[in-house]
Design a protein around this ligand. Structure first.
Ligand SMILES: NC(=O)c1ccc[n+]([C@@H]2O[C@H](COP(=O)([O-])OP(=O)(O)OC[C@H]3O[C@@H](n4cnc5c(N)ncnc54)[C@H](O)[C@@H]3O)[C@@H](O)[C@H]2O)c1
Length: 266
């Protein structure tokens, strides 16, 4: 096990990507705090992990509220003493284009995606510094942070901002032995998240139809699933990545590397 006895916090533990990453860290021996503004996502993810023999804790927390973030980190410290790994995964997806995006929606999206990551990183890193923990902080980005997607101004802006947040935070924390990296997912196969939701006792969600032909455009011919992000997160969290900081690890089946007019499956 690569993370035996390590304490990890994962934010945004829906049955989709956050749940997959939390489960992947737990399968490698980490004790996982499942953190979500939606109490059910925190609780059901923690119950799912403990039901599979792992150790987990559920914490309801809005990552945009500094008081709640401080209380969340204090709760994990009280339970397990410290924190070794933070995965900033909570996010608000989707949106509108620059002509139509309402200011309140823009503000909320940037607050969750950027400020939430800042606050969780700040308070977890302070605890790591205090305890001398050579920890690993992971930020979940998106290929939409590397490319200009129409109709998604707040998401693209916030995910792009996270790429340089990671580099700057990596510089701030390097002398403390704390590594900060991002992991870039892309349009994700929905099957695994659907099956996890059902395993958590939820009604089978409808698989959303997609307007773009992701499958036909992706170089590797199939979309990644949360488990692919989980194994990359395990790597970044583990000592295998001990000299890696300020990196963006893309788990995107080649999406960002692609020459834009090439249609791989044509
Ligand atoms: N699904 C994709 O195709 C895809 C692609 C690229 C990147 N991503 C990124 O992966 C991450 C997870 O995406 P997902 O598809 O699992 O989305 P999701 O909507 O299923 O999960 C997001 C979670 O974040 C939680 N959350 C939202 N606001 C919060 C807040 N203020 N405080 C605490 N928790 C909050 C939600 O309750 C939810 O559980 C996001 O950062 C997203 O941008 C997703």
């Amino acid at each position: 096990m690569k993370l035996s006895g390590k304490v990890a916090i994962v934010t945004g533990t829906s049955p989709n990507i956050g749940g997959g990453i939390a489960g992947g860290l737990a399968a490698e021996g980490a004790l996982v705090a499942c953190v979500d503004v939606a109490g059910d996502n925190a609780r059901q993810c923690a119950e799912w992990i403990t039901g599979r023999g792992g150790e987990a804790l559920a914490v309801a927390c809005d990552v945009t509220d500094e008081t709640q973030v401080e209380a969340m980190v204090a709760r994990v410290r009280e339970a397990w003493g410290g924190v070794d790994v933070l995965v900033n995964n909570a996010g608000v997806l989707g949106g509108l284009g620059v002509l139509d995006m309402p200011l309140d929606r823009w503000n909320r999206q940037l607050a969750v995606n950027l400020t939430g990551t800042f606050l969780c990183t700040r308070h977890v890193a302070r605890l790591m510094v205090e305890r001398g923990t050579r920890g690993s902080i992971i930020v979940i980005g998106s290929t939409a942070g590397h490319q200009g997607q129409a109709g998604n101004i707040g998401y693209c802006t916030s995910k792009s901002g996270l790429l340089n947040f990671v580099r700057a935070a990596a510089m701030d924390l390097a002398r403390h032995g704390i590594r900060v990296n991002s992991l870039t997912p892309t349009a994700t196969d929905t099957q695994e998240g659907v099956e996890r939701a059902v395993a958590w006792g939820r009604p089978r969600p409808e698989r959303p139809g997609r307007t773009l032909d992701f499958q036909g455009m992706i170089p590797m011919g199939r979309l990644p699933s949360p488990r692919h992000y989980a194994s990359a997160a395990v790597f970044l969290a583990s000592d295998d990545a001990e000299m890696i900081t300020g990196l963006d690890l893309r788990v995107d089946a080649g999406a960002v590397a692609k020459y834009w007019p090439w249609v791989p499956q044509a």
